[in-house]
Design a protein around this ligand. Structure first.
Ligand code: ZN
Length: 338
């Protein structure tokens, strides 16, 4: 989808370059600052969202659905700016940060990519080619369940934003959680080999809130060429096992240390997801039955967020999200097998 848009922009540029412009057309219209303030203020509380689906999405339906799922203080206003692409204006910054922090979101089981509003770009220049996911790394040796290994393995998958570990950097649990930005136009990574004291060890991945992906090629979004999977890609030695499936979706998850964060750090803005809501996403991967989220029992259920937050918690949320938007992952430590 992203490349199609870029291709479209190039075609458009090539078209007008061929035109012989009149004197009037050559004149530049200066954009005055007057009247710009209000649109900027609105932009600061807005996001751009695109539903990665070939089926057209109705503005009313997505607006009603997300109003139920997001659970923000006031309903967000959707304006369609391109097919399946919307400017979403929130009433408060806190609402916007809450939605950003809760990524990824889905609509009708299709990924709903959200990017920050950027007033200087036109739609065709915007790219919707990555999204934030929580990756679970399973089958980890206990000695590897740490910030350091989470960073290293995560960095081989995408841009690491956070590793869910204790304050001392250890992350023992059923799996290690890493928040990262994932490229949408390539096959979803299913695992990695790690080298632990000369022993090659396979760790496998599960994704929280995984939307529908192409089960043939494993991409979230196809390019203009459509699905590039060939029969040979799908066939593996000794059979033709499906290479991608709903097994890539995490069955349950919970954020580590929510209790201690909230009580020791005063970070009330952190919220967790209700693991019981996970039953709702069964239909996500390769299943057409996606509107269950619209029934109010959504996959982003429980939230400790309250509508009466003061500026401090809003600020904390802003920092969390900005870290996600700008921070480059810091890698350290010793070698990792590929
Ligand atoms: Zn495909």
């Amino acid at each position: 989808m992203a490349s199609r848009k870029r291709g479209g922009a190039e075609v458009l540029m090539a078209q007008w370059r061929k035109l012989k412009l009149s004197e009037e057309e050559e004149e530049v219209v200066e954009i005055m600052q007057t009247g710009k303030k209000e649109i900027d203020r609105k932009g600061e509380k807005s996001l751009i969202g695109r539903v990665c689906s070939d089926r057209p999405v109705s503005k009313t339906l997505i607006s009603n659905t997300m109003a139920k799922i997001w659970r923000i203080s006031r309903r967000a206003v959707f304006q369609e700016v391109e097919r399946n692409t919307f400017v979403i204006s929130f009433e408060t910054h806190a609402d916007m940060y809450k939605v950003l922090e809760g990524k990824p979101w889905s609509f009708d089981s299709s990924l709903f990519v959200l990017i920050p509003y950027e007033g200087k770009l036109c739609l065709r220049e915007m790219v919707f080619d990555k999204e934030t996911f929580w990756l679970q790394i399973h089958n980890m040796p206990l000695g590897c369940m740490s910030m350091e290994w989470g960073n290293q393995i995560g960095s081989s998958v995408g841009r690491v934003l956070e590793v869910d570990v204790e304050e001392d950097g250890t992350g023992w649990g059923r799996y290690l959680r890493v928040k990262l930005q994932l490229a949408l136009m390539k096959a979803i990574p299913r695992g990695r080999f790690i080298n632990v004291e000369q022993t090659k060890h396979w760790v496998y991945f599960r994704y929280e809130n995984l939307p529908r992906i192409c089960l043939k090629c494993g991409w979230f979004v196809h390019g203009e060429m459509g699905c590039m999977a060939t029969h040979a890609d799908q066939a593996v030695e000794g059979g033709s096992e499906p290479q991608f499936g709903s097994w890539l979706r995490a069955e349950s998850f919970s954020k580590r240390n929510l209790f201690s964060y909230r009580n020791n750090k005063g970070r009330e803005d952190l919220y967790t997801r209700d693991t019981s809501g996970q039953a709702e996403v069964e239909g996500g991967v390769g299943n057409e039955e996606g509107d269950r989220q619209a029934n109010g029992s959504n996959m982003h259920s429980s939230s400790t967020f309250s509508n009466t937050q003061g500026p401090v918690t809003v600020e904390a949320r802003r920092r969390t999200v900005e870290k996600e938007l700008v921070r480059t992952s810091e890698m350290s430590g010793e070698g990792m097998a590929t």
